[in-house]
Write a protein of this length. Structure first.
Lengths: 149, 83, 149, 83
């Protein structure tokens, strides 16, 4: 399942819904991304997440579909927030449920790695020197490229 | 044709998008960018280095040689930084 | 942090506590293991988890310490239940919080892999043919051996 | 010396542990197991194949040649299956 929203999410509740009624699930792996108060040497007071409505949902759905093709998953979830977020706030939740843990781990890792380089989001950090667009990181490209085949 | 701009490209262009009607001889993204640039200085500056610009046509990533058609939704944005 | 208990745990609450007050944390990865209603071909009505009080805590603390030596983690958590559990019930929660996701993913994966082959727990499954001790799996040994160095 | 048994070893032995006072010439786990086995048939059967038995002395995993001392807590159990 895919959700793109400005509202916060409740991780415990979302993970519960992911497994509800399915007694075949033995493993749930999740990743939560949070706003940090430091980026490099600068303190960050807030971050504004811009996205491309429509394309975001499409890309996330494609990424999720790819994960289900590659791994035997019972269910999965991607929730990504947009708008103004402060340090400590949730940004993204990715979760995968499977019978066995290797599938759940690999698929969850894949989802966040691919999301980072494909989902059309952009971060504007509020620093003491003003707004600053976060630049894409080479290490994210490398992490994503691992999953290419 | 519907253009969309995001992040610093949106800020630089001063608008989040525009409806355009380029000449019929514009067949692909490359031609479209050249046409956008020659319109005014801001456009020219924004698209001066397209190595930092990603392109989507109808919400799918495309390369610079991808064809463009009337009615397309064409988006220009920096490398993404979500997650 | 280590907890060995018969009571259930609230995943959302535990993950919240793991990050509370620390704005340096950008990534929280978690694994939840659940009781399945099928093992191989047999249906499972319940499972009794036996453990070795004292040694369990000691082994889990050692495993957690090893994770903190290997990866830059802000905090971590292992909760493992014992006693009688039914399909759908939580068995174990492992969670790691770090500035960056690679550390959080690797450390979390390491913790559950090592726990599986080192923490002194034993599962007795209740099947239609009676109680059956779960046998250790070669694939768990292999998963654990990956992390040897 | 305090012996502890877990899982099917506990069930087979019929007790979860026992206080023992083995002869002074028992120096290591191997010697201790031999001594345990010769006491009665159930002990002999339970420890007949030690490839399926793991050993901890004072709550740390040890091998069969690990020394044993008076006052040790010595546990025998199958390969673990938690998580």
């Amino acid at each position: 399942m895919i959700r793109v929203q400005s509202a916060d999410f409740d991780v415990g509740l979302e993970l519960k819904k992911l497994t509800e009624g399915n007694r075949q699930i033995g493993a749930v792996t999740s990743f939560v991304g949070l706003v940090r108060d430091i980026a490099g040497k600068d303190s960050i007071s807030a971050m504004v997440l811009e996205h491309y409505p429509g394309m975001t949902e499409k890309q996330l759905a494609d990424i999720e579909y790819e994960a289900h093709k590659r791994w035997d998953l019972n269910s999965s979830l991607i929730i990504h927030r947009y708008g103004r977020l402060e340090p400590g706030d949730n940004i993204v939740l990715v979760a995968c449920a499977s019978s066995h843990r290797e599938n759940a781990f690999d698929a969850c890792h894949f989802l966040i790695d691919w999301l980072k380089t494909r989902a059309p989001f952009w971060k504007l950090e509020e620093t003491p020197e003003g707004g600053r667009w976060v630049e894409a990181k080479t290490k994210d490209d490398l992490a994503s490229a691992r999953w290419e085949k | 044709m519907n253009l969309l701009y995001f992040a610093w490209i949106r800020v630089k262009m001063g608008v989040s998008g525009e409806q355009i009607d380029p000449p019929k001889n514009i067949k692909d993204i490359k031609g479209l960018i050249d046409w956008i640039k020659q319109r005014n200085q801001i456009s020219n500056e924004t698209f001066s280095d397209i190595s930092n610009i990603r392109i989507a046509v109808n919400q799918e990533y495309v390369d610079i040689d991808h064809p463009v058609l009337a009615g397309d939704e064409i988006a220009f944005f920096p490398p993404v930084t979500g997650g």
